[in-house]
Write a protein that binds this ligand. Structure first.
Ligand SMILES: Cc1cc2nc3c(=O)[nH]c(=O)nc-3n(C[C@H](O)[C@H](O)[C@H](O)COP(=O)(O)OP(=O)(O)OC[C@H]3O[C@@H](n4cnc5c(N)ncnc54)[C@H](O)[C@@H]3O)c2cc1C
Length: 496
């Protein structure tokens, strides 16, 4: 393994540091330079029983990439776009001879007579960051529509492996649904794939739309969170960039009102509801303080309510003015007063939405009492009642805790940050708080991990809360693909 290994402590440090939390420790990191190297490494690791954690953009939030004595298998060198394929089979090989791949691709497309791009796919290595994929597609007015605050570093392979869900999952599904096909290696080094991605269908309101505690082994490497093997190559399903997008911020008294608003918006805009995000009042106030003079809240302070939603619609045929007219006509017919429509250019509203985590980080440092971060989901029709019940239970039992709540209301997903203070550090009642949040989530038919995965962070909860039959089925599939348990061995707690 020596030819792939990084051993010097200074270079190793970056692979030991996860996005959140304390650094881990690794004896060495392995940096395969080619896809087949991954297979060779896994075969050797299996033969020599060397445990590995997979690391890509290192933005994961469930500690899966943090080594605790395992070696790190980094995919950062496998970051090349490989080919662009039209639905009729015409294919353009990327990255040949260096140069600007986006311009070369655009030039090729023009030379083909600028054909229709519906059903086009992009084939990439797994370690390419999401933003790099989209930079390549921009001249074609196409996109791989995974909108996450981490997209500059988070990789396409990891997103497909984790079935990550962007802010626009309500429209496009998770990264698993945006993947036509994945290839790679099982943990024992055997060749894996082609693994076919599922198709997205807007789920019924009574169904759980996203649930990363549930791995479908039929999908092979897709959505398996690095338990069964490593994705090295992907064929991505692309979408056209909308010709127009409009977004508004709407204050609401409660989340059941948000659920009703979404249903009405869907009735008018159908599949063109591109995003439906919610932000709790405390979170919104915090982010506005954090952004300071750079951004103005597009609502008078007196109009703020306990919750706000960001409703974004898109169109392929309307221009911006026509789409805005239709959006305002809908809101007015729905009975929302002009003063309650927070309008701002899309980048401003995006900045507010994507600064929430950073604002929470700053508040965490200021309060100094620690943070518990949850990523839960419930069926969309119960989402409003769920958040109301959870907020009430937390306020009654822990009135002195800060709750920062935001997330993907369109798919019933909530990011909940609980912050302690120096006087009331969270560590004192962390276990009770986790129990409370997850119990309420279960009462509403939800999942304690919506999109971030289980990893080692929630392994004990997975073992405790999932039916034994489900755990055993997953453990059996893990043994089949990873007979000596070398890959991400602490994730899901399957080896304990
Ligand atoms: C600010 C911020 C915002 C975020 N927003 C969102 C969001 O909106 N939605 C969301 O779902 N997540 C979000 N995340 C979480 C994170 O970006 C995703 O989980 C993403 O998939 C991680 O990608 P990565 O390349 O950084 O993976 P890493 O953190 O490097 O890896 C994490 C784990 O993913 C698995 N993995 C990675 N690559 C592969 C591969 N090629 N094959 C098999 N398994 C692999 C392994 O188990 C690995 O240990 C956010 C994170 C941050 C920091």
């Amino acid at each position: 393994m020596a030819r792939w290994a990084v051993c010097d402590r200074e270079r190793l440090a970056r692979y030991e540091q996860p996005e959140r939390g304390a650094p881990g420790h690794a004896p060495f990191a392995l940096l395969p330079q080619a896809e087949d190297d991954v297979g060779a490494i896994l075969r050797l690791a299996t033969a020599q029983r060397v445990p590995l954690v997979i690391s890509a953009g290192r933005t994961g939030l469930v500690e899966a990439q943090r080594p605790e004595g395992e070696a790190v298998l980094s995919l950062e060198k496998l970051d090349r776009p490989l080919a662009f394929r039209l639905a009729d089979g015409r294919n353009f090989e990327l990255g040949q001879g260096g140069g600007d791949s986006a311009s070369a691709l655009y030039g090729w497309w023009q030379a083909q007579g600028a054909p229709d791009l519906s059903g086009a796919h992009l084939i990439v290595q797994a370690g390419i960051p999401v933003d790099a994929v989209n930079a390549l597609l921009e001249p074609l007015a196409m996109m791989w529509p995974l909108e996450m605050g981490s997209s500059s570093a988070a990789t396409a392979g990891a997103c497909v492996a984790n079935a990550s869900a962007g802010a626009n999952a309500v429209c496009y599904g998770t990264a698993a649904h945006l993947c036509e096909c994945a290839w790679g290696f099982w943990a024992d080094g055997g060749v894996a794939g082609p693994c076919a991605g599922p198709r997205w269908r807007a789920p019924a309101p009574q169904a759980l739309a996203i649930d990363s505690t549930r791995i479908d082994s039929e999908l092979g490497l897709i959505g398996s969170q690095g338990l069964f093997g490593v994705i090295t190559r992907l064929e991505l399903r692309l979408q056209p960039r909308p010709a127009a997008r409009e977004s508004v911020l709407i204050p609401l008294p409660d989340m059941p009102a948000a659920v009703r608003l979404l249903a009405a918006a869907r009735g008018v805009f159908g599949g063109d509801v591109e995003e439906f995000e919610f932000i709790g009042r405390a979170a919104l106030e915090l982010v506005m303080v954090h952004l300071g003079a750079a951004v103005t809240l597009p609502l008078p302070a007196g109009r703020l309510q306990p919750w706000s939603v960001l409703l974004q619609v898109k169109s392929q045929t309307d221009d911006g003015a026509e789409l805005a007219r239709r959006l305002y006509a809908f809101l007015s017919a729905y009975g929302i007063a002009d003063d309650d429509i927070g309008y701002a250019p899309l980048p401003v509203l995006k900045r507010i939405r994507h600064s929430l985590t950073e604002a929470s980080n700053l508040r965490l440092r200021a309060l100094g009492g620690g943070r518990l971060a949850f990523d839960t989901a419930v069926p969309a029709e119960r989402f409003g009642d769920y958040l109301a019940a959870l907020s009430a239970r937390l306020a009654a039992q822990h009135p002195d805790l800060d709750l920062i709540a935001f997330g993907h209301a369109g798919v019933g997903g909530a990011h909940l940050h609980l912050l302690g203070s120096r006087d009331r550090p969270l560590s004192v009642h962390a276990a009770a708080l986790v129990g409370l949040v997850f119990d309420v989530t279960a009462e509403f038919g939800g999942t304690f991990s919506a999109e971030h995965g289980v990893g080692p962070k929630w392994a004990a909860e997975f073992r405790r809360r999932m039916p034994a039959e489900r755990v055993q089925k997953l453990a059996a599939e893990k043994r089949r693909r990873d007979p000596v348990g070398i890959l991400n061995p602490r994730s899901f707690g399957l080896s304990t």
